[in-house]
Ligand binder design. Structure first.
Ligand SMILES: *Cc1c(COP(=O)(O)O)cnc(C)c1O
Length: 386
């Protein structure tokens, strides 16, 4: 029996360090060794084959088990990128003639996959605005197989009501797939809220150090077997070194996500007091449209926030040129604080008017807050605003 001070199920910080690792005995290394080998010697007369593209080698397996434990899923699979994860996750669910209902608030690469690639394979995709709840039920068809959403949403920090969507999906007998990249399993476990599949760009918070590209799919063991079949033939497996770095990055996941969330809250509150900034998008602020649902569903509001500058595009350009500590760089969820202007990155394919209509006007900047001292990040923003 567990002692009173030892919880029966380990906490998330403990799972992040130890989850899925083999038992250690005297003489064993404390850190997971990196085994940079693609192939392994095979028993004569056996078809058991270890091969990196099959996702079954030691550095792949330990990190897959750890992420499954963090998500509260039966199984998880690590792939070579977030896009590889999304593609294989959906290829395992959809067949020609099927229909996918997607939120319209999704990552640009995912949108391209749905609009440019899936129709070529005979898969129809419809987009629905999460603010228009009644449209969702109406958009579901006889041949709808899955609902795809991203929450929290990049870059507006909107938060979707996953339990409500899970009820809809269950009623209609379709799978609910959630891209939970921005939350990480520290702030949200969508499976506990009724989702069937969870996707991550592990390039972001899960690894957290801006040095590898990886993706994750988590779900039931039988579904993950199906995703693995897709990964093997479409060639989306990760490299052992990327898995080793991901496993190392995961050890500090709880610390990093907590720290960047605390920093983001302080910075969001500070930004809200500045006259040069007309609007702050952060679900931790009471005036954010999804503050109540975020408080209910998330364990933390996360490290991503967005600001709108009073001087529009020209002010944004001046601001970016003056920054010293904060780097102007794509991606998010790492230890360094980064800033991007969606009009030149994720939303460059849209006109200024189209962007404004979806809440991303010129002068909109997305900040991915890192783990530096909040005071230093604020000082950099303050000097760049002048
Ligand atoms: C970055 C990102 C992706 C794509 O991940 P890659 O690892 O770059 O392939 C997908 N979804 C979200 C929400 C992302 O931020």
């Amino acid at each position: 029996m567990a002692k009173p001070d030892q919880p029966a199920t380990p906490g998330r910080a403990t799972i992040a360090v130890h989850g899925g690792a083999p038992h250690r005995g005297p003489g064993d290394p404390v850190a997971q060794p990196l085994i940079q080998s693609v192939n392994y010697v095979q028993d004569v007369g056996s078809s058991d084959l270890l091969y990196t593209r099959y996702g079954n080698t030691p550095n792949e397996e330990v990190v897959q088990k750890r992420i499954a434990l963090l998500e509260g899923a039966e199984a998880a699979l690590v792939l070579s990128s977030g896009m590889g994860a999304t593609a294989c996750a959906l290829l395992a669910l959809l067949r020609p003639g099927d229909h996918l209902l997607s939120s319209s608030w999704i990552y640009g690469g995912t949108r391209k996959l749905f609009t440019d690639e899936f129709p070529l394979m005979g898969i129809e995709v419809s987009f629905a605005n999460p603010d228009e709840r009644r449209v969702w039920r109406k958009t579901i068809r006889q041949n709808t197989r899955a609902i795809f959403v991203e929450s929290p949403v990049n870059p507006t920090c909107r938060v979707l009501d996953i339990p409500q969507l899970a009820i809809l999906a269950k009623l209609q007998g379709v799978a609910l797939v959630v891209d939970s990249t921005l939350a990480s399993p520290i702030n949200s476990r969508p499976i506990a809220h009724g989702a069937n599949v969870v996707i991550h760009s592990a390039t972001k918070y899960l690894n957290g150090h801006h040095d590898i590209l990886c993706g994750v799919v988590a779900g039931t063991a039988s579904y993950i077997d199906e995703v693995k079949r897709k990964m093997i033939v479409w060639g989306q497996a990760p490299d052992p070194f990327a898995c080793w770095l991901l496993e190392r990055g995961l050890k500090t996941l709880e610390l990093r996500v907590t720290r960047s969330g605390e920093n983001a809250m302080r910075i969001a509150k500070w930004c809200a007091t500045r006259s040069e900034i007309t609007r702050v998008h952060y679900a931790g602020l009471p005036d954010h449209p999804d503050h109540a649902i975020a408080k209910k569903l998330l364990d933390g509001f996360g490290g991503l926030l967005a600001i709108e500058l009073a001087g529009s595009g020209a002010a944004a350009e001046r601001f970016l040129r003056k920054l010293r500590l904060i780097a102007h760089a794509a991606s998010l969820g790492g230890v360094d604080t980064l800033v991007v202007e969606p009009r030149f990155s994720s939303h460059a394919h849209m006109s200024s008017e189209e962007r404004a209509a979806i809440g991303i006007p010129d002068g909109f900047l997305r900040l991915s807050i890192g783990i530096e001292d909040a005071a230093d990040i604020i000082a950099d923003i303050e000097q760049a605003l002048q």
